[in-house]
Design a binder for this molecule. Structure first.
Ligand SMILES: *[C@@H]1O[C@H](CO)[C@@H](O)[C@H](O)[C@H]1NC(C)=O
Ligand SMILES: *[C@@H]1O[C@H](CO)[C@@H](O)[C@H](O)[C@H]1NC(C)=O
Ligand SMILES: *[C@@H]1O[C@H](CO)[C@@H](O)[C@H](O)[C@H]1NC(C)=O
Ligand SMILES: *[C@@H]1O[C@H](CO)[C@@H](O)[C@H](O)[C@H]1NC(C)=O
Ligand SMILES: *[C@@H]1O[C@H](CO)[C@@H](O)[C@H](O)[C@H]1NC(C)=O
Length: 779
């Protein structure tokens, strides 16, 4: 989103929301709508109780199907009225009883007030703020992704019922976290396409699935963004409004597109948002192959395609992609865009039609997609308080159980990266005093990252730890920038306390939307403060990194005085309580890194603008993410320790998979390295991998089992890729069976240079923990 737009629209929507509440009180509660000569200002669309004449309109007739209602509505509108529904701040049509609607709301990790469609004010001053997505992803718990989505949509519906929130939420952000410097990496589920796909589908199902089980109805509408290959905000002056992402077909198909595909096909999302950047010379919001071809044609999106806030304006005014604004409007709509976040289509579409660049039928198609979404949400069914979610209200927001889930999510995500014997967990009986040090040690807003709302309440790290043991707090630096450091008080506190917790890292001043990092080190003098304090500490030294992106903390990894390192992402409103749960052993950590932590040398050598995932030996380009990068890391994808130890035993896996081939197939007579992963040969071609996993340690805890495969190296295949993951809870000394169903064509395949999905013939090595198992794929 473009935060620059926030000012004015927000002000006007405050008025709108107050109007809703006011109109509701004066009309719905205290009597009928006043009857005058003029059409009344509608509060709810198809509010037949307020205006019985509306019942005769087909689009208001709930016994009709969505398609028929939409067609009826579109037929009644003039061209000028239709254009009102091409923009996020959609206009009202009083003669048909249709009120204004603001499409732009956000719910990345809790209901947010970043979009103008949602506000916090009495009677809902705040909503549950879950951890920033990168930490939730680190839980590798697909159930959790969906559970959070469900709670967020319940709170959203409750707010909608009192006029404080919309129904269309532009979340989640499922772009691949390709480069550690990206300021918005924090919003994403990380660098792996399989994890991102599962996150996308899970969170979207949680948000959207209707309580009555009707697949045609939506609880709220989610939106997967930003389509596609968008992951640069502003790096050394290269900004997202001008950047042309040069992407190979292979990288597009096996890295950038999968989360969007899964979001549409597995999550049934109601919307996809195209991005600001160009992909291979075309703005994504003007590319008919990407929009009409792929999203609507191949994936069959049931919903609407929306632009980022002001993508159309951006490709006209900043990228000069078309000569006239009318051409830009026509190109966007003809490419398959249905809704403009912004005002551009509102201003230029009529002239585009008059000038013959666009037929009215194209506008009908676009607004039909928008209306169909609103129909599925019940927008055209009158007062929402008389519908399926009508009973939800302020009492359903920030409930104790919702807030407990925020704490639980943070606990499940927190990653233990280093733990010297005798360090964590701290004993709450043996440890009588704690030095709590660092610029993030008592922060509130930092914990909720960006695309945040107003939380129910905060528990800061200091507050969480102080609830367990007596603490001494020293910030050490004025802020995370840590330009100057005051080590004396911090050293004094650490020298006398039984243990030291340093809460360091970043906040939105270091990494944010429109601001990428250049430096992977801890900001300013933070490492000096850490080393000085560690050197004089009496007891164990726990370094806590609060950040979205990975940090080069090699100095701390190598320093024996620093006995533990935890990464807590931006852990949400209950982050401090969750940290204390982990540090004092009330929760056994089970989070795993969803992205590679690179050393600073990587950032020095690799331009952020190089989109290639695969290494290039000719130029020394090292490639990206655990799938392709083989150089040194500070910490790797999947890293994360437990207070316990888990062993894996392979119970069952095939050694040979035979792919049946038809008589005439070329590979029957010639040497083939791979087969097309489509068609008859693929049907039912699957096998199971059974594992026995045992908790051989003293602490009960959850453990994520990763199934990776290293395919034969043909078609520049990844060195290793994740096939699946499963999280299990195991009490001390107990064991469980974990089973993976591997679909040969879907899971074991990869994409070739031309973007075709192929199964490589030869040996695929399956990895689970330290286990390796060779699997031969033959014809
Ligand atoms: C709604 O549509 C049904 C089916 O076409 C029709 O029987 C009914 O009369 C309509 N309701 C109103 C209020 O017009
Ligand atoms: C508008 O519709 C006419 C008639 O169907 C068609 O020939 C023409 O190509 C269309 N124009 C555009 C810009 O799509
Ligand atoms: C810690 O932060 C909380 C919340 O902002 C504040 O009320 C409290 O005074 C702070 N504590 C210290 C010791 O600064
Ligand atoms: C650690 O402290 C000792 C004295 O206790 C001092 O000699 C040494 O220089 C310190 N090292 C660091 C890295 O600060
Ligand atoms: C996954 O998350 C769900 C929802 O919070 C929780 O009930 C479950 O215990 C978690 N699974 C594991 C294995 O930790």
């Amino acid at each position: 989103m473009n935060s620059a737009r926030n000012g004015a629209p927000e002000a006007s929507s405050v008025l709108l929301c107050l109007c809703c509440v006011h109109a509701f009180l004066s009309c719905a509660l205290f009597g009928a709508r006043p009857v005058t000569g003029q059409a009344p200002k509608p509060v709810f669309a198809c509010d037949v109780d307020g205006d019985p004449t509306l019942a005769a309109l087909g689009f208001c007739n709930a016994s009709w199907g969505v398609e028929a209602r939409v067609a009826d509505l579109v037929n009644r509108l003039t061209l000028q009225e239709k254009i009102l529904f091409l923009v996020d701040n959609a206009g009202n049509v009083d003669r048909l009883g249709i009120p204004k609607y603001e499409w732009w709301s956000e719910a990345l990790h809790g209901v947010s007030n970043v979009g103008p469609g949602t506000k916090f004010s009495s009677p809902v001053p705040g909503a549950t703020s879950f951890p920033q997505v990168i930490l939730t992803a680190a839980s590798f718990n697909a159930t959790l992704f969906e559970t959070i989505g469900k709670v967020v949509s319940t709170e959203a519906r409750a707010m909608h019922n009192v006029g404080l929130a919309g129904l269309t939420f532009w979340s989640p952000n499922v772009n691949i976290f390709r480069d550690p410097r990206w300021g918005r990496g924090q919003e994403t589920p990380g660098e792996d396409p399989v994890l991102s796909s599962k996150y996308a589908a899970g969170y979207v199902r949680g948000l959207q699935q209707s309580d009555d089980g009707n697949a045609d109805r939506l609880k709220v509408a989610a939106c997967c963004k930003h389509y596609t290959a968008y992951d640069i905000d502003n790096w050394k002056g290269v900004d997202r409004y001008h950047f042309n992402a040069v992407v190979t077909q292979q990288d597009l198909d096996d890295t950038f597109q999968p989360p969007f595909k899964s979001c549409v096909l597995d999550g049934n999302v109601a919307s996809v948002m195209c991005s600001y950047n160009q992909v291979n010379g075309k703005p994504t919001c003007a590319d008919p192959d990407l929009l009409a071809g792929t999203i609507r044609g191949q994936w069959k999106l049931n919903g609407y395609i929306v632009s980022d806030c002001d993508s159309v304006d951006v490709f006209y005014n900043s990228q000069h992609y078309t000569k006239t604004p009318e051409e830009a409007a026509a190109k966007a709509i003809l490419a398959g865009l249905d809704l403009d976040c912004g005002s551009f289509l509102g201003q230029h579409t009529e002239a585009a039609v008059k000038g013959g660049l666009l037929n009215e039928s194209a506008i009908d198609k676009a607004i039909s997609n928008n209306f169909a979404t609103l129909m599925r949400l019940g927008f055209f069914d009158g007062d929402p308080r008389k519908q399926l979610y009508g009973k939800l209200g302020p009492a359903d927001v920030c409930t104790p159980s919702n807030q407990e889930l925020a704490r639980e999510a943070a606990r499940q995500g927190i990653v233990l990266l280093k733990n010297t014997a005798g360090s964590l967990p701290l004993s709450s009986t043996a440890i009588k005093s704690l030095a709590v040090i660092g610029p993030n040690a008592n922060v509130t807003k930092t914990m909720i990252g960006n695309y945040e709302g107003i939380p129910c309440k905060y528990v800061t790290p200091l507050q969480g730890l102080s609830a367990v043991v007596s603490t001494t707090y020293v910030a050490g630096c004025a802020n995370v920038g840590c330009g100057t450091v005051q080590t004396d008080d911090a050293k004094k506190a650490a020298a006398s306390a039984d243990a030291t917790v340093l809460v360091m890292g970043a906040d939105q001043s270091i990494e944010r939307e429109s601001f990428d990092r250049v430096d992977l080190h801890l900001p300013g003098q933070q490492s000096l403060l850490i080393s000085d304090v560690a050197n004089v500490s009496k007891g164990p030294v726990i370094l806590v990194i609060m950040s979205g992106g990975g940090m080069d903390v090699s100095f701390a990894k190598d320093n024996n005085k620093i006995t533990s390192i935890l990464w807590v992402g931006y852990p949400g409103e209950a982050g401090g309580a969750a940290m204390a749960d982990v540090i004092f052993g009330d929760h056994n950590p089970s989070g795993r890194l969803p992205m590679t932590w690179y050393p600073q040398s990587y950032a020095d050598a690799v331009p952020m603008t190089n989109m290639n995932m695969r290494p290039d030996p000719a130029t020394g380009y090292p490639g990206r993410t655990y799938r392709f990068y083989t150089g040194p890391t500070v910490y790797s994808f999947g890293d994360g320790l437990s207070y316990s130890t888990f062993s894996h035993h392979l119970v069952q896996a095939p050694q040979l998979v035979s792919v049946p081939l038809e008589e005439g197939h070329v590979c029957r007579s010639s040497l083939c390295a791979s087969l097309e992963a489509t068609g008859d040969a693929c049907s039912d071609l699957a096998f199971d991998v059974h594992l026995r996993v045992k908790n051989v340690g003293r602490f009960g805890g959850s453990h994520t089992v990763f199934l990776f495969s290293s395919p034969p190296s043909v078609h520049r295949s990844p060195q290793k890729h994740l096939l699946g993951f499963e999280k299990v809870y195991l009490a001390s000394q107990s064991e469980a069976r974990v089973q993976f169903r591997v679909d040969v064509c879907k899971d074991l395949s990869m994409v070739d240079e031309a973007g075709r999905r192929k199964v490589a013939l030869g040996t695929h090595v399956l990895h689970v923990g330290d286990l390796k198992h060779a699997l031969s794929v033959r014809i």
